[in-house]
Design a binder for this molecule. Structure first.
Ligand SMILES: *Cc1c(COP(=O)(O)O)cnc(C)c1O
Length: 459
């Protein structure tokens, strides 16, 4: 094992030529998205009104296992992929664990996270179709940044609705997006009808991802030639992110390795879904059985304490209904420093896999424990992790502590989804001892569940 290099790199020509569509192998499909007006499955026409054609097609594809990555997207990927799979030797030493810890590092591109993998694809298809411009939302700012970069590359106008709280916490994110040419508006704003309504009902609100989604969709459907894009949750996004797991698998095969435990943080589910889907395939086919763990913040406990039900994907309740683990579209998560994990729902694919037992475990972590892990990791490995990613680090450390107790040399792989250089206010709050842990009460969660739409089957 000691012959494993610190970083396992793949060659450029080993970047996957196809994305892996796990839906083709799932024993059961997740329930379809519903049009809330008719309660019938959303059609390709309805979905194409919001998203561009090819993405609508991918969204509904349940049968094509391997979907070719167009050559121009592979060329874009070559600017920053393959991403390294790193052996965390120093962290292992610090922990004195017999476990072998690896992380797949998606933060080495300028946008600082895995989100560029889907941004590149989404903007490419929009450009091909002759779309005039795009609208999107961003919470913590990583998706907006990634999409701005891709839009600059393809010369596509972009309007970003950024959650007000995080725009104020991280003013430089906005400056980065503007540098790449994006127009950034704080959400809720008075530029959309839904934004004005939310402001009227919740004066002084710092906004939420759900609100920003509503505004971005309204902007896209009311501007001729514009389409909407989303950075997580959707099946198409998990598809694009499968490039992460495919590379991990290929890199490990070079050294005849296979993970015993795979860990990822879960906000909307895209980095975790992309990392694990090629391995979940092996579980479905009963070829291998790695133990898969999803980690989420205790302040926004979608999988660990949410309901598996049909719900809106946004606060303004204008999206189709998706069957997923959810805290209710009316749930307003407490301010937590892992902005990218503050979403009320979860990818329908991941939700179904978890419901059917192919994701073995979901666990939550409070933010002081998460930052303790982040700091330990930073000091050993020299990378300042995103607070979101640090949820996965927390679980990887905890699992390797268990190996120390039992003496097992398990192979642990976790997704290091991004870097946290725009999250220094959060690190500062941790260092000064001011960071608090907020865990919602059952009563508070009930308020969110009360906002679930009345759909047959929703208890
Ligand atoms: C957005 C983001 C996440 C959460 O989103 P998922 O869709 O759950 O992956 C996690 N880590 C980073 C660095 C992010 O930017």
């Amino acid at each position: 094992m000691s012959s494993i290099p610190y970083k396992i790199y793949l060659e450029e020509n080993e970047i996957p030529k196809t994305w892996y569509n796990i839906r083709a192998n799932m024993p059961q499909q997740h329930a379809p998205m519903l049009n809330p007006g008719t309660m019938k499955p959303a059609t390709k026409e309805e979905i194409s009104a919001i998203f561009c054609e090819e993405l609508a097609r991918q969204e509904l594809d349940e049968t094509t296992e391997n979907i070719p990555i167009p050559e121009p997207i592979r060329d874009f990927y070559k600017m920053y992929r393959p991403s390294p799979l790193v052996r965390a030797y120093c962290l292992e030493q610090e922990l004195k664990t017999p476990a072998k810890i690896f992380y797949k590092f998606e933060g080495s591109n300028t946008s600082g996270s895995h989100k560029l993998n889907s941004a590149a694809a989404q903007v490419y298809y929009a450009k091909e179709q002759g779309v005039k411009g795009l609208a999107t939302e961003t919470g913590a700012g990583q998706w907006g940044t990634a999409l701005s970069m891709a839009c600059a590359f393809y010369q596509m106008p972009l309007y970003v609705f950024m959650v007000k709280n995080s725009a104020e916490q991280k003013p430089y994110r906005k400056a980065v997006m503007e540098t790449f040419g994006a127009n950034v508006t704080k959400s809720p704003s008075d530029t959309t009808e839904i934004g004005r309504k939310i402001l009227l009902e919740n004066p002084g609100t710092g906004g939420s991802l759900g609100c920003a989604i509503s505004e971005a969709i309204e902007f896209a459907v009311t501007h001729e030639g514009y389409k909407y894009t989303l950075g997580s949750v959707l099946d198409q996004v998990l598809l694009h992110q499968s490039v992460i797991g495919l590379e991990v698998k290929k890199a490990m095969e070079k050294y005849s390795l296979y993970p015993d435990i795979i860990i990822g943080c879960a906000g909307g589910g895209s980095n975790l879904g992309g990392l694990v889907s090629p391995f979940v395939r092996d579980k479905i086919k009963k070829e291998k059985n790695p133990y898969i763990i999803a980690v989420e913040p205790a302040s926004c406990p979608t999988m660990t304490r949410g309901r598996y039900a049909y719900d809106f994907c946004d606060t303004g309740r204008i999206t189709p209904l998706a069957k997923m683990y959810t805290l209710g579209s009316g749930f307003m998560p407490a301010p937590n420093h892992a902005g990218g994990l503050r979403y009320h729902g979860m990818s329908p694919i991941l939700s179904k896999l978890y419901h059917d037992g192919f994701i073995d475990e979901a666990r939550s972590a409070v933010q002081t424990d998460v930052f303790e892990a982040a700091v330990k990791f930073a000091r050993c490995e020299g990378i300042l992790p995103a607070p979101e990613s640090a949820h996965a680090i927390r679980a990887a450390i905890d699992e390797s502590e268990k190996c120390k107790q039992t003496g097992e040399e398990k192979i642990i792989v976790f997704g290091l989804s991004g870097t946290g250089y725009f999250d220094m206010a959060a690190y500062e709050s941790y260092h000064s001892g001011k960071m608090t842990d907020y865990v919602p009460t059952d009563e508070e969660l009930q308020k969110g569940f009360d906002s679930l739409p009345k759909v047959p089957g929703n208890a």
